[in-house]
Design a protein around this ligand. Structure first.
Ligand code: FPP
Length: 253
């Protein structure tokens, strides 16, 4: 729980405290929500909110790297987001393209490895290409893994896994009796990644919105009222501080 005493501390002081505690979450997932409302409050187009959101992405990637988070998964574009007005979808896609192109060098230098989760094959050729380039350029990096969930839907991920699994059973690659949680996990888009320890959602909504449905089974949830473009390093460290005060029981006593 966030108390008054912690709120008065500076960003640096909170950072120090969470580092002292030691149990920094290995994998943090974030639902970056509130860009539209942030823009609306300022009488700006929604795209301006997404643009400001990219600056927050940079801040949070830097902060996560500094405290040695292993994996940061950002819900960047859901399959449902295609239903937004064409101009907004185009603006988000352009931001994604521009940011990937502009930040590639810095990601490479700062030892960040870029990966994606979702149906990337349904993005345009140009966008897929720039992502592939950044993924390839950073593939040997050993620091923070930055995982962009793109054209992602949790239910679709489970359906895709079931389809692949059914095919492998049909082709006698595996027997149905072998199917367990561990094996199923290997069929998900996130194959190879540990489940998130902490899931942060900005802008106050209390739902998962089809994000990491399988993987978030025992993830600690943290919701803040702060809108994504306003989400600061201090807010990020506060979320971790809150996580560190929890007792994770994984269904046991
Ligand atoms: C949610 O806010 C935000 C999105 C759907 C898009 C997030 C995308 C970015 C921040 C740009 C991504 C770029 C990189 C490089 C990762 P909302 O529009 O749902 O806000 P609202 O709920 O207030 O309307």
């Amino acid at each position: 729980m966030i108390t008054e005493n912690i709120l008065v501390l500076s960003e640096e002081e909170i950072k120090e405290k969470i580092l002292q505690k030691g149990n920094i979450p290995k994998h943090i997932a974030i639902i970056m929500d509130g860009n539209g409302r942030w823009a609306q409050k300022r009488g700006l187009p929604r795209s301006a909110g997404h643009q400001a959101g990219v600056k927050t992405v940079k801040r949070v990637v830097q902060a996560a790297g500094e405290i040695k988070v292993s994996i940061l998964t950002l819900f960047t574009f859901s399959t449902e987001n295609w239903e937004r007005p064409k101009s907004e979808v185009a603006a988000i896609m352009k931001l994604l393209y521009d940011a990937t192109r502009q930040e590639m060098k810095e990601l490479e230098e700062k030892n960040v490895r870029l990966i994606t989760t979702g149906r990337i094959d349904q993005l345009s050729f140009q966008r897929r290409n720039i992502l592939k380039k950044a993924i390839s350029r950073t593939k040997n990096n050993t620091g923070l893994v930055l995982n962009l969930a793109l054209n992602y839907s949790g239910r679709m991920e489970i359906i895709d896994a079931v389809k692949k699994l059914a095919q492998d059973v049909k082709n006698n690659k595996i027997k149905s009796g072998q199917i367990d949680e561990k094996l199923f996990h290997d069929y998900l888009y996130t194959d190879g990644l540990p489940d998130p320890d902490l899931l942060i959602r900005t802008s106050g909504e209390m739902r998962l919105s089809n994000f990491l449905l399988w993987q978030a089974a025992y993830t600690e949830l943290y919701v803040t009222e702060v809108l994504w473009p306003d989400f600061s390093e201090k807010d990020f460290y506060l979320a971790i501080w809150d996580y560190q005060t929890r007792e994770r029981r994984f269904g046991k006593v």
